[in-house]
Design a protein. Structure first.
Length: 399
């Protein structure tokens, strides 16, 4: 049980992407990777607006065959980035978040496959030195200042379209598989809908086919603290103080909602009975609250309030295919599909994946469905993914 304590403290102090990496077993010879950058001009969004220049970071693992037919794309979660596996240097404390399943001989075998992952547009943590992304904090060439809210609203389809441009620049026209967790699962499914001829297999981990009213409301709770922070100033804060109070609250809420009460109650300090400080003033904190919010405050400066708002909106807008109904979008899927929701997920609850599965079944397809068991809730898609390693391996290597 001591390992759980170590990893949840990492989660709270350094964020989902790095914390998930800590759950992996240390490798004597780590897979070393290099962060790279891709730039192209004049991208037109789903909403019809043009971004003059787009830059995203990416990294890869394994070797690309001459035929370029062994590619697996990994799409990352809300607070993650392209660092899905390996280390940037042998001295790094932690590997990428899915290092347990990506690497030589692992479920996603880099001896066989060329695995590639990219940062999304409007990445949540643009001030992280290992993140390269275009978003509201980027300089608008028309003004020489950060875009702020002049940056166009972007969607999950836009994330996918940018990835398609990256792959095209490498001469890659076909994906053996696309695999993603949480927001990454939305991208994986959107790939299968938007580019059905290019995707052979799709794996949705802790995901959904569309956002329903309940989930859209839940996501809005992540946005309101930032917009209600006086420093947010309608998105125009780049020449002043950033809305770090709001960002801290948002990160704390994301952390709590991504966990299940079982694991949070196991790891957080035991609440005192009638603590003196809390009786003295409604403004006083407690060890339980400090456990969540103080650690989120440490992470907040690497994030950007506007970027978080844009990510929330992209997720709120999601329905596979961005069409009138989930069924019409899913009708375009030609890939073999595997859905792996987490049974204790309270954020993207299993019924959301089940809706996508049902839509495919109604169209005569045979999607594969299994639930990840664990005590982490939504985070079982990261911490407990190893329990589905054989399922993943079999699916990815199937004919």
């Amino acid at each position: 049980m001591q390992r759980y304590l170590v990893f949840i403290l990492l989660l709270l102090s350094i964020g989902f992407s790095s914390a998930c990496s800590a759950w992996q077993t240390a490798e004597p010879a780590p897979l070393l990777v290099e962060k790279q950058s891709f730039t192209f001009e004049n991208y037109t969004t789903v909403g019809g607006q043009t971004i003059p220049e787009v830059t995203v970071g990416w990294e890869s693992y394994g070797e690309l065959t001459k035929a370029k037919d062994n590619v697996i794309l990994i799409t990352h979660f809300f607070s993650g980035n392209s660092h899905a596996a390996g280390k940037y240097s042998a001295d790094d404390a932690l590997p990428g978040y899915w290092d347990s399943i990506i690497g030589p001989g692992k479920a996603i075998d880099t001896n066989k496959y060329f695995v590639i992952s990219s940062d999304t547009l409007v990445n949540a943590f643009p001030h992280d030195p290992n993140v390269i992304t275009t978003g509201p904090a980027s300089i608008n060439p028309a003004t020489g200042k950060p875009y702020g809210l002049d940056f166009p609203v972007v969607t999950i389809r836009d994330f996918v379209n940018v990835q398609e441009r990256l792959l095209a620049s490498l001469g890659i026209e076909q994906l053996h598989a696309v695999v993603g967790a949480s927001m990454g699962s939305l991208q994986a499914l959107e790939w299968a809908v938007a580019y059905p001829d290019k995707v052979e297999r799709m794996v949705s981990v802790i995901g959904a086919g569309a956002m329903d009213a309940w989930t859209i409301m839940a996501l809005e709770h992540w946005a309101r603290p930032i917009r209600n922070d006086p420093n947010w100033n309608n998105g125009n804060y780049y020449d002043g103080d950033a809305p770090l109070t709001g960002v801290t609250s948002t990160l704390a809420m994301i952390t709590q909602q991504a966990m299940h009460p079982i694991i949070m109650n196991m790891r957080a300090p035991k609440p005192e009975v009638m603590p003196k400080a809390m009786l003295e003033s409604v403004t006083n904190s407690s060890p339980v609250l400090d456990y969540l919010f103080a650690n989120s405050a440490v992470r907040a400066p690497l994030a950007d309030g506007n970027h978080l708002l844009y990510l929330v909106r992209a997720n709120q807008l999601f329905v596979a295919g961005h069409e009138d109904s989930l069924a019409s979008g899913m009708a375009k899927v030609q890939a073999k599909t595997l859905f792996l929701p987490a049974s204790n997920d309270l954020l993207l609850q299993p019924y959301l994946a089940q809706q996508a599965v049902a839509a495919l079944q109604e169209q005569g397809q045979e999607p594969q469905y299994e639930e990840i068991e664990g005590v982490w809730g939504h985070l079982d898609g990261l911490f407990s993914i190893g329990s589905k390693a054989e399922t993943l391996k079999t699916f990815i290597e199937s004919e």
